[in-house]
Each structure stands twice: as structure tokens, then as C-alpha cells.
Design a protein around this ligand. Structure first.
Ligand SMILES: O=C(O)CCC(=O)C(=O)O
Ligand SMILES: [Fe+2]
Length: 341
């Protein structure tokens, strides 16, 4: 097994759990998409996750502390110019504005990893989400051609260029994190080698909703990745903190939201929390976001690292492919299934 796509091929999903609602023709929230009303949906609380300047000489400490306290932070001075985000969003908007029949030409296949469709967490919930997504791994050419037979080049160039830039940022962030956790880079010697990490780019669209109090953009989940790097321009992302509850992450021009995923939680021996997050319909505007998921090569064996003497690992060693497979099957039980103490 050598790629993330092969893991997903072994965990096929039903077509109805892939196909988004026809948002073009919908005037009310159907029962299939109506979630119980939750107070937190209309919360006005903003989270206090820090905004960290990557050029700060203390960046490693600030990042480590944010990962321990919140499992998330925002980063500025990261080297990706604002016009790059604008271009990515313009292309995402061009895609999601296509008529539904056209978008369905690029529907993700039941055992597929890429293309148009519902979030991968959908099968685990009774209700559907007010969401449509498009997943890219490397070149999106095959699906882009189905959407725009003679006009796919720009989309591919923009998405490929963005993946390169954001992967470089993921490498920089991971190096700071390893420093903080006192993990030698030799233990993760694949970091920085081009083309070996398992990565995915997820374009998310949350269409305007006729009854935002009943709709869930993206249900509560943790990401499987080491790190996720998200661009949001419009609010809607909420993170959960024990004792605090749900609070919104404030969109900040040019900043990126970084969150800890399960794999980093495992490596850090649970020192870093894999933050639970969700998306609600806060603003009466269509919301586009772009998430980049960064994980080790699929054959890499993970285990808690950087332990001081006497510290006991709380997770057993697990390969990236086994963990992704486990999460595809069991979602929230995946971490518990590898816990040993
Ligand atoms: O759209 C967002 O704000 C969050 C997206 C997200 O959590 C995901 O794609 O895993
Ligand atoms: Fe997520």
C-alpha cells in the first residue's frame, strides 16, 4: 500500500453519502438536513486562540504552547501572499457556482479519494450537512476536465501552486513543533523530502441556508492529519474547549488557522490536543474555505516520541495507513482503539 487513495479504496461509501443536496433548487431545509437546535449555533463567543507571527524568534514556544492549550492557533507572516488565497477562493467559487448537474460529473466515486462530494464524516451522522466539498490530491486534472472540458488549466495551476506553498509552510511549522517537543528530526526524516508526505487539499463550500439555526455546516470532528492549515474569510468555524464550550475562530485577513490532528496528538503522547471543531451557519453569505491536511507517508509508523525517562507511552505504534483505515471505519473510536494506558 503506498497512497492515501488506496486506503480509501478499501473503505467504500454509499453514493447517497457522497452526493450533496441540489442547493440550486432548495428553498427550505429538508428534514434530512435539519439538526436539533443547539445553543452554540448562535453563540457570539470568540475563541482566544493566539495569532502567532512565524518570524517571531519565540515562534516554537508560542506554537507549542498554543497546541497544548487549544490544539489550534492562527499564523501570520507565513510567507503566502494574500493574492494567492484570493485566487484559490475565486477558483473554488467558480467550481461551486457550476450547475449541480455539472458538478455531479466530477462526483467522488464510492471508493474514491478525490472529486466533488460530501464530507468523509457524513456516514457517521443521522443528518446531512449543509456542505459540499471538492478534494484534491496533487493534480486535480482528471476531475477538472470533467467540469470544464476545455478550460481546466487555470484551476489546476492555481490548486497545484497552492499545495506547494502550503506544504512548505506545513514543513516549517512541523520543524518548530518537533523542536518544542524535543523530537529529533531523524525520527521523522521524511519531513521536507518532496512528494513523500500524505497530503490533501479540501475545498469547502457552505451555501446560504434558508434556516441557519437548523443546519450544520460540518459536524463536530477531529482531523486525522498531523496538522491542518485552513484559510477562512467568513466566520463559521467553531472549536470546542473543555470547560469553555464552543467558540468561533475569528477570520483575520491573511492569517491561516492551524489545528492539531490525531496523528500529532499521538506523536506528542496526548500533550497536544486534537481539537474538536465544527462549522455552523453564522453569516448569511456563501462561505468558502480551503483546508490542507498534512500527514506522514502512508507506510510510516507513528508512536509517541520525545518522551522523557519514566514517561509511559499512552498509544501503541500504528502505521499511518492503519490509522486512516481505522478512522474511516470507526471515526471517534479510532484513538481509543490504539490506546494502551
Ligand atoms: O470550513 C471550515 O471552517 C473547517 C473545515 C474542516 O474542518 C475540514 O475540512 O476538516
Ligand atoms: Fe476539520
Amino acid at each position: 500500500m503506498s497512497t492515501l487513495s488506496e486506503v480509501y479504496r478499501q473503505h467504500p461509501v454509499k453514493v447517497q453519502e457522497i452526493t450533496p443536496l441540489d442547493f440550486d433548487s432548495i428553498g427550505t431545509v429538508p428534514d434530512s438536513h435539519a439538526w436539533p437546535v443547539s445553543d452554540g449555533f448562535e453563540s457570539n463567543d470568540w475563541s482566544s486562540i493566539p495569532t502567532i507571527d512565524l518570524k517571531d524568534s519565540n515562534a516554537a514556544k508560542l506554537i507549542g504552547h498554543a497546541c497544548e492549550t487549544f490544539g489550534a492557533f492562527q499564523v501570520v507572516n507565513h510567507g503566502i501572499p494574500i493574492n494567492v488565497f484570493e485566487e484559490v477562493e475565486a477558483e473554488a467559487s467558480r467550481l461551486f457556482s457550476l450547475p449541480t448537474t455539472q458538478k455531479l460529473k466530477a462526483l467522488r466515486s464510492p471508493g474514491g479519494a478525490t472529486g466533488y462530494g460530501l464530507a468523509r464524516i457524513s456516514p457517521f451522522f443521522d443528518k446531512y450537512m449543509w456542505h459540499e466539498g471538492f478534494t484534491i490530491m496533487g493534480s486535480p486534472m482528471d476531475h477538472a476536465r470533467q467540469l470544464w472540458p476545455s478550460d481546466y488549466r487555470k484551476f489546476c495551476d492555481v490548486m497545484e501552486d497552492y499545495q506547494k506553498k502550503v506544504e512548505e509552510l506545513a514543513v516549517t511549522l512541523m520543524r518548530q513543533i518537533l523542536k518544542y517537543l524535543a523530537i529529533s528530526e531523524e525520527e521523522m526524516n521524511w519531513i521536507g523530502s518532496p512528494g513523500v508526505a500524505s497530503t490533501a487539499l479540501q475545498l469547502n463550500s457552505y451555501p446560504v441556508c434558508p434556516d441557519p439555526r437548523r443546519a450544520m455546516g460540518l459536524a463536530p470532528h477531529t482531523d486525522t492529519s498531523l496538522l491542518t492549515i485552513l484559510h477562512q474569510r467568513i466566520s463559521g468555524l467553531q472549536i470546542f474547549k473543555e470547560g469553555v464550550g464552543w467558540s468561533f475562530v475569528r477570520p483575520t485577513t491573511g492569517a491561516l488557522v492551524v489545528n492539531v490532528g490525531d496523528l500529532l496528538h499521538i506523536i506528542s503522547n496526548a500533550r497536544f490536543s486534537s481539537v474538536v471543531h465544527r462549522v455552523v451557519m453564522k453569516e448569511a453569505k456563501q462561505r468558502f474555505t480551503v483546508a490542507f491536511f498534512y500527514s506522514p507517508p502512508i507506510d510510516f509508523n507513528l508512536c509517541p516520541l520525545g518522551l522523557s525517562s519514566g514517561q509511559i507511552p499512552i498509544y501503541r505504534s500504528v502505521s499511518v495507513s492503519e490509522y486512516f483505515g481505522n478512522k474511516a471505519k470507526n471515526l471517534n473510536q479510532a484513538l481509543a482503539s490504539i490506546r494502551i494506558s
